[in-house]
Design a protein around this ligand. Structure first.
Ligand SMILES: Nc1nc2c(ncn2[C@@H]2O[C@H](COP(=O)(O)OP(=O)(O)OP(=O)(O)O)[C@@H](O)[C@H]2O)c(=O)[nH]1
Ligand SMILES: [Mg+2]
Length: 381
């Protein structure tokens, strides 16, 4: 699975085509983790997904021919497929059929290193599996070549469903215990300044922690390198700070999946300051930027002090303020040389959020001291 892949997405208007291609590119980067290659991307223009087969009938036929001729082992759809869609597509396509959510879940499983992260991922996976159990049985039958394996009866599936439900209950209980322990540990940090680094995946969150604390945490040019929340200390002008690395965001991940990383959410909620790290060189910069701001809003943490950190300025020739100003050209953003203001329209109300910002290069160690000073000054307010 995931060796030779085909990616499939939709776009509804011509002007959205580029964005859909970018989504598929994100899948390609995700597949790097499994050393998987992308043999072809199929994009169909449709106003909305087909209820039965996601793409249209003729288009599916085209994909099927390509899959057969090129020995593809997995087709990955960019949006979450319903159980019936998977079944219908599998009738037409002779390989594993999966979607963005399942791929991310598989990456989480592969990446999780600690007992706690593994438990969190397991819970997310079981919750994903529960409504799809019948289908998974079908998968097993395919993998064994269907020889001598009769399809499962409703009774067996019901037994499995019950087992899964029990496992979910047990996992939730265990996780609650660990979460309580984390809360107790947090209490020891209560009168110290706690800072969470939040942002899209691969923007340089862990790199910044390494710079500020002289640690050597794992950084990679891949998505979801950090799954485990980790807390790191740094000392500046006689003050102790705790820096918390959190799981990165990715568009089109079901919120529930991110929420299963309770430790990250918990830390973000309890922090005094949020550092929102942004990669100014990434495609669809604004889209990702506003996606994270919206997520912070959903988490109810938008009223915290937020410092926006524009990272990777070394990659831009002759970088200056105008570059950022042009990047942030959007009706929801007002920017001057010191502040950035977001205007969010939520539940028929307008919210305004002001954030200090700084432009840095972690790689070239540019403006790291200034970042420390800003954090320090904000912690005194
Ligand atoms: N050119 C350049 N590359 C950087 C800079 N900061 C980080 N990187 C690179 O960006 C990639 C991602 O860095 P990480 O620190 O792992 O990013 P992250 O946000 O922690 O990523 P996840 O944990 O996967 O969400 C690595 O290849 C870093 O070397 C920078 O200032 N300039
Ligand atoms: Mg990281």
């Amino acid at each position: 699975m995931y060796n030779k892949n085909v990616l499939i997405g939709l776009f509804n208007k011509k002007k959205n085509k580029k964005k859909s291609i970018e989504y598929l590119n994100e899948l390609k980067i995700l597949l790097k983790i499994f050393n998987g290659s992308v043999k072809k991307k199929f994009l169909q223009k449709r106003f909305k997904p087909n209820n039965l087969t996601f793409v249209g009938k003729g288009f599916l036929e085209k994909i099927s021919i390509y899959v057969n001729n090129n020995f593809i082992d997995t087709v990955i759809f960019d949006d979450e497929l319903s159980l019936s869609q998977i079944k219908n597509i599998e009738k037409k396509i002779n390989c594993v059929v999966t979607d963005r959510t399942k791929l991310i879940l598989d990456i989480f499983s592969y990446r999780a290193k600690t007992y706690y992260a593994k438990m969190q991922v397991k819970l997310a996976k079981y919750e994903y599996l529960l409504p799809r159990l019948k289908h998974m049985w079908g998968h097993l039958k395919r993998q064994k070549g269907g020889i001598g394996l009769r399809g499962p009866g409703e009774k067996e599936i019901e037994t499995d469903r019950r087992l899964l439900r029990t496992s979910i209950k047990i996992l939730k209980k265990k996780l609650k215990k660990v979460n309580n322990q984390i809360l107790i540990q947090r209490k020891n940090r209560q009168n110290k300044t706690s800072i969470s680094l939040v942002g899209y995946t691969n923007v340089g969150k862990t790199s910044i922690i390494n710079q500020l604390t002289k640690k050597n945490l794992l950084i990679e040019n891949k998505f979801f390198t950090t799954l485990d929340t980790n807390v790191n200390k740094f000392y500046f002008k006689g003050k102790n700070f705790f820096l918390v690395d959190t799981i990165g965001f990715l568009r089109k991940i079901p919120t529930k999946l991110i929420e299963s990383f309770k430790s990250s959410i918990l830390e973000i909620k309890e922090s005094n300051i949020l550092l929102h790290i942004v990669d100014i060189t990434s495609n669809f910069f604004l889209d990702k930027f506003l996606y994270v701001i919206n997520f912070l809003f959903e988490l109810n943490v938008i009223n915290k002090k937020i410092i926006t950190v524009f990272n990777k300025i070394d990659k831009i020739k002759n970088f200056n303020f105008n570059f950022i100003k042009n990047l942030c050209k959007n009706k929801n953003i007002i920017i001057n040389k010191k502040n950035i203001i977001f205007i969010l329209y939520k539940k028929k109300k307008i919210y305004k959020k002001k954030s200090l910002f700084i432009c840095i290069s972690t790689k070239k160690k540019k403006k790291i001291l200034k970042l420390k000073k800003i954090i320090y000054n904000e912690s005194l307010k």
